[in-house]
Design a protein around this ligand. Structure first.
Ligand SMILES: [Zn+2]
Length: 313
């Protein structure tokens, strides 16, 4: 009996401690670093993105992630359009289903700098998409501490999304899609969603039952997930989830962005000070709760079937 009580106490204590891994302070550290002027807008192929990659690598190292396919670097390097490019990948091996992968991703590149003008020249890309990368890093630390992932988790920072999903496309060619159970992609979670506080929306909601699984897992919480309200924007095809979805992987993008009202989108004014840290932090916590049954092997979302003539842009 005492043993049982102790066990319950231990479980309560540790789950409380773990949920505190994801907090505004940690998120702010990632955000301010990645969206700093020093990173010069993180354009793929630039010096600025080199600094961003180094930060992500150093965080993967600190958290204690493994390298992908026993490479000696967190970088997945390749060249495209005469540029040396690299995705950054960290791995947390699954406890009982190590050959089943769940991908948690966000693009870390952005637009770089304006030329030939005075004033603010740097596209800091705080919302787009330092916020998403902050989520990937926070979730990596959360799951490393939790140690409950029966499936293997791949934390991926994709490059050259802004140039046409180049990094995720390359990544998709290096994997066997049948081993990928789900793709959790995160884009622009720094502003309150059009559905109100503690809500997010998901692209391609009706293309698999991924979104319904998340909704079920969030039922007991005070956070809600909605289908993407901007269907005319075709956002399902415009972020890195698309590179995996076209291979059949149930890969969707979480966002909170009020797309039709965001005056900072792809502007030099997309800076950390315009973001709402509460929204970022609560959304990351909700993604952790919402995806838990996929991470621990209890749920397997249905595959995506693309329509034959569906344009991929
Ligand atoms: Zn983006």
């Amino acid at each position: 009996m005492i043993k049982k009580l102790l066990l319950i106490l231990l479980v309560c204590f540790s789950s409380k401690a773990h949920s505190q891994i994801i907090n505004e302070k940690l998120v702010e550290k990632h955000l301010t670093t990645l969206a700093d002027d020093q990173m010069e807008g993180r354009k793929a192929g630039s010096q600025g993105i080199e600094m961003a990659a180094k930060y992500i690598e150093s965080e993967f190292e600190r958290i204690g992630l493994d390298k992908f396919e026993s490479q000696n670097s967190f970088r997945q390097s390749f060249s495209s359009k005469d540029m040396s490019l690299f995705n950054v990948i960290g791995v947390l091996e699954g406890k009982s289903k190590a050959d089943e992968y769940v991908i948690i991703s966000a693009h870390y590149d952005h637009l770089g700098m304006k030329t030939g003008e005075k004033g603010d020249l740097i596209f800091n890309g705080a919302n787009d998409n330092a916020s998403g990368v902050s989520a990937v890093l926070a979730l990596a630390e959360h799951y490393k501490t939790q140690n409950i992932n029966e499936r293997s988790l791949l934390f991926v920072a994709f490059t050259a999304e802004e140039m046409g999903l180049i990094g995720s496309n390359y990544f998709g060619k290096q994997i066997n899609p049948e081993n990928i159970i789900a793709g959790i992609n995160i884009e622009m979670i720094g502003k309150e969603s059009p559905f109100g506080p503690k809500t997010a929306w998901l692209t391609g909601f009706d293309r698999s039952d991924f979104g319904q699984i998340i909704q079920k897992n969030l039922e007991e919480s005070d956070y809600s997930l909605y289908p993407d309200p901007y269907v005319n924007f075709r956002l399902f095809f415009r972020s890195d989830n698309a590179s995996l979805a076209r291979l059949g992987v149930p890969a969707h993008t979480f966002s909170t962005s009020p797309m039709d009202k965001d005056l900072d989108y792809h502007k030099v004014s997309d800076e950390t000070k315009t973001l709402d840290l509460f929204t970022v932090s609560e959304t990351i916590k909700a993604i952790a709760i919402g995806t838990l049954s996929i991470v621990n092997g209890n749920d397997t979302p249905s595959r995506i079937v693309m329509k034959k003539d569906e344009p991929f842009k």
